[in-house]
Write a protein that binds this ligand. Structure first.
Ligand SMILES: C[S@@+](CC[C@H](N)C(=O)[O-])C[C@H]1O[C@@H](n2cnc3c(N)ncnc32)[C@H](O)[C@@H]1O
Length: 287
């Protein structure tokens, strides 16, 4: 904890992202990965091999864009840098270790970017004002041969909604449509990519006692990505990380994004107009 606090104080980061808790989260995830190196290894290996498998099915290797790259723990960065002429890592910010790695590898470029377009708008939202409209975007996608969304999808609503709950006193239940919209918008942008898309995301959190799930939470809030590939359990918080009495595991799906569906009764998604309708069964190369 004390090490995390010192890292938080010493790591350079934009003030806004620090205020919103993004730097704290990034450092906490990194620390948890180190604490549970063995438990996390199968998940990290599976994610890396899915990325390589997708890359191996392409017929051009000019540019790959990795969204949610963060510490690149689940990204086979060395191999991508050998395979592709340009590797674009997209995240809100990058810790020094990744900045140094990128300086050492000529093909690797860092693109700090908010892929939802709401982070700054939420941070500066006046009290009582309506929620900002998302402006989702992924940089460099137009010239990509492969786009990878890597363990970022379920994270997109977390800190904006936590901010709105704590600073604006908004009811978590009332924020549910906003959460869904941020998730659906990312899938919508991915589905519009001019190239194959590899989606890796956790979908469900389970609390496990004595080997049996006793509680489950849908991390995608009813949004259901159609992914052709693989699925596994990620032992994200083996005891006593959260409690002595239980483990926490996440279901992860990974592979080619084929489309996605949203709950039928979700007005926030249904009302977006024709150009923003959910994409169904769209097929993108590879696989
Ligand atoms: C669970 S981590 C991803 C792990 C990462 N693939 C790794 O191996 O280190 C989720 C990442 O999503 C990023 N993220 C969250 N919201 C984002 C946003 N609006 N735009 C871009 N990145 C975002 C966070 O900064 C964080 O690095």
């Amino acid at each position: 904890m004390i090490v995390e606090w010192i890292r938080h104080r010493l790591t350079p980061a934009p003030r806004a992202l620090r205020d919103m808790g993004y730097l704290r989260e990034l450092i906490a995830i990194d620390a948890r990965r180190r604490r549970h190196r063995r438990a996390w290894a199968p998940h990290l290996r599976a994610a890396q091999s899915m990325i390589l498998d997708c890359a191996a099915h392409l017929d051009r290797w000019d540019q790959v864009v990795v969204v949610g790259a963060a510490q690149t723990a689940d990204v086979p960065l060395d191999l991508l840098a050998l395979l592709f002429r340009r590797v674009v890592l997209v995240d809100l910010m990058f810790l020094p270790a990744v900045r140094i790695a990128a300086m050492r590898m000529a093909p690797v470029a860092l693109e700090p970017c908010d892929v939802t377009g709401v982070v700054e708008a939420v941070r500066t939202l006046p009290r009582g004002a309506p929620l900002p409209a998302p402006r989702p975007a992924i940089p460099d996608m137009a010239h990509a041969d492969l786009v990878i969304s890597c363990n970022v999808l379920s994270q997109l609503p977390l800190l904006p909604c936590r901010w709105l709950e704590r600073r604006h006193g908004l009811d978590p239940v009332a924020l549910e449509p906003f959460r869904r919209r941020l998730i659906a918008d990312h899938l919508r942008v991915l589905s519009a990519a001019p190239c194959p898309v590899c989606l890796i995301t956790d979908t469900e959190r389970q609390v496990v006692v004595a080997g049996q799930p006793v509680e489950a939470v849908d991390l995608l809030h009813g949004i259901d990505p159609d992914v052709e590939g693989d699925a596994w359990w990620w032992a994200i918080a083996p005891r006593p990380e959260e409690a002595w009495t239980h483990d926490v595991r996440h279901r992860v799906i990974a592979g080619w994004l084929r489309g996605f569906s949203t709950p039928d009764d979700d007005a926030s998604v249904a009302d977006l107009g024709p150009e923003r309708r959910p994409v169904d069964g769209r097929s993108h190369g590879g696989g």
